[in-house]
Design a protein around this ligand. Structure first.
Ligand SMILES: O=C(O)CCC(=O)C(=O)O
Ligand SMILES: [Fe+2]
Length: 277
């Protein structure tokens, strides 16, 4: 597999071009419940822990056809909504998401080995048919976010953990806005490293590993005057799989299960429904 460096830049630049379009154009692919919450959301529409987030986004999910997962999948049924403008958008993003899927699967094989399992630990019923989510996000610079020149440090994305297994986060090279909370409870910067991804651990990997991997709390505060773009790909388990600590991880962490089993699709749906309540 080749993951060209240029593709990382290209997906961010085409995303930026989309967000530069007039609102009327962007809202042609407005996110609604009818499309399984896929599409464009304006600034402030996404809510984290009750506070509107200062970002706009296009949300994409792996396609879910009617009846595919019965009642469990109903909320997420639908196809992605791609803009016709800029041209080539759909093609580029589909190529990007499939390369991310391949890359994340390989990283998960390494993580499985690191946990003391077989490389196939996350294949089959667990994540052999992985669900994925992709969010193309734009964060206004400070002076445009609040209509004044006073940097108000508006929260671009409130503190949260990611839902699935592994996140591949591709952020603008020149803006320091992503922060993660370390074990001492301090917020530290996760600066961009050009040509690379930031990988977050998600809630499902925390459960599988019985806490050996932590799903790190993170947030975004864009205090720069520049508009910031990030393209975030989330690699998940199978939609309908029930996730619980792996025996190999339980044995390495004192023997008992630290987490209850969670059906990934239920976890996702509960998050999606509260994000846009
Ligand atoms: O924009 C970013 O860098 C992070 C976004 C994020 O954490 C998310 O969408 O889950
Ligand atoms: Fe996140």
């Amino acid at each position: 597999m080749i993951f060209p460096d240029t593709l990382l830049k290209e997906v961010r630049s085409i995303t930026r071009r989309f967000f530069e379009l007039p609102f009327e154009e962007k809202t042609k692919i407005k996110m609604t419940a009818m499309t399984g919450f896929r599409g464009y959301q304006r600034i402030g529409e996404n809510v984290t822990e009750g506070t509107p987030d200062m970002h706009e986004a296009i949300d994409c999910y792996r396609e879910v056809t009617k009846g595919m997962y019965g009642a469990l999948g109903k909320t997420m049924e639908g196809c992605n909504q791609w803009p016709l403008n800029p041209p080539n958008f759909k093609f580029l993003m589909e190529e990007y998401s499939s390369l991310c899927t391949e890359l994340a699967r390989k990283i998960m094989r390494g993580i499985a080995l690191a946990l003391g399992g077989s490389p196939d630990e996350f294949e089959g019923d667990r994540a052999g048919d992985p669900f994925w989510v992709m969010r193309l996000i734009g964060y206004p610079g400070v002076s445009t976010a609040n209509g004044t020149d006073i940097p108000a440090n508006d929260t671009g994305c409130g503190a949260h953990t990611d839902y699935g297994l592994l996140t591949l986060l591709n952020q603008d090279d020149d803006i320091n806005a992503l922060q993660v909370r370390n074990l001492s409870g301090e917020w530290i910067s996760a600066p961009p490293v050009p040509g690379s991804f930031i990988c977050n651990i998600g809630n499902m990997l925390k459960i599988y590993s019985n806490g050996l991997y932590e799903s790190t709390l993170h947030r975004v505060i864009n205090s720069s005057p520049k508009y910031r773009v990030s393209v975030v790909y989330f690699y998940e388990t199978n939609f309908d799989t029930a996730v619980e600590p792996l025996d190999i991880c339980r044995r390495r962490t004192g023997g008992s299960k630290k987490f209850e089993r969670v059906v990934y699709g239920e976890h996702l749906v509960s998050k999606v429904l509260t994000n846009f309540a």
